[in-house]
Design a protein around this ligand. Sequence first.
Ligand code: PMP
Length: 408
Amino acid sequence: MKPVNSVLSSFGTTIFEVMSGLAREHGSINLGQGFPDEDGPAALKAVVVEAMTGLPNQYPPMTGVPELRQAVAAHNKRFYDLDVNWENQVLVTSGATEALAACMLALIEPGDEVVVIEPVYDSYVPMILRAGGIPKPVRLLPPEWALSPEALSSAFSDSTKMILINTPHNPAGKVYSSQELGMIAAFADQYDAYVVCDEVYEHIVYDGHVHTPLMTYPGMDQRCIRIGSAGKTFSMTGWKVGYLTAPPALHAAVAKAHQFLTFTTPPMLQHAVAEGLNSDDDYFEGLRLSMQQKRDRLSAGLNEAGFGVLPAEGTYFLTTDIRQTGFDGNDVDFCQHITVNAGVTALPMSAFYLPQVVEGHGAPDHFVRFCFCKQDSVLDAASEKLVSFFPKEQKKRAAPMSDPSQQA
Ligand code: PMP
């Protein structure tokens, strides 16, 4: 038989799936994959039921039901003072994942370069490659995760078509500073590049950090496509409802890709998400506060277990340095080790770096990511297991806090 397409088949099963499988096999508490273990607002589920029984269940309009497109435009105005025309600037997609794929397929020509920032979310590079693009990585390193102008400068060239940014950033938990966003805007202008802004964690920011879309920067409304996800904003990851905001010309191009990918998204879910986006400010503040409490809860437990816990400014992930636990191996070994022996699962941070970069080029291999959007009892049980496991197993707590210059 003839070979299948080589680009996507060359990628292994994602680390999320691999570690979740191992967690299932060993009955361990899964703090690897990033999904809440409690559903979002019951009122939104009721809207789904009502819409499913009371409204047609046929193809809705290709760009999304008007109610949701209007709600996305109003949400842009309310939170970011962005003036958006719901008719030709908003597109509803089947999750942020489809929005991202549609952007790559719509904008990238074979041979175009696309700047990505490592650690990088797992769907970006496969889709860039499938669209014929060439990923140009810029690396962020723990514990600072600082974006340097030199690194950006060496990644951009006259062949750069696009830069993909994710803020708040999964897995680093970083919220880009205004200085960093300004720098990205300047490079995008200088090289006439599009900016695809993955902002799925836009409402999950802590300690007074503020999420500011790059689209609000001068001139950037013409270059940016801003992507949101109901999965994250309403804790309904299984719904797979995403939405993007773009200038009309880019919107038209991305809508073409969407037309041939999924064409549309279940209408009853769209109606519920419209209602969600129209919620009053208390809802969004409540989400932020509840996640912040969970962050602090797990952070305290991991500290007690001996991890070096890095600050998380946003998202629902904590990055931890494993050397302080006394473990003598890399992050992948560590995640297997604690899944099998301590009954808790995390994800190795090296999985978020491009393979050709990880091997022998100094990418960090002693940090792991824990997800904290879980019930308090689950977070407490995970902490207890880790606290009782590490002192028992290895008592050395002598390793220094992470120092980027020592990363092997
Ligand atoms: N981007 C990032 C950074 C994510 O963390 C996720 C979900 N884990 C997605 C995109 C995909 O979102 P969705 O489920 O809406 O497709």
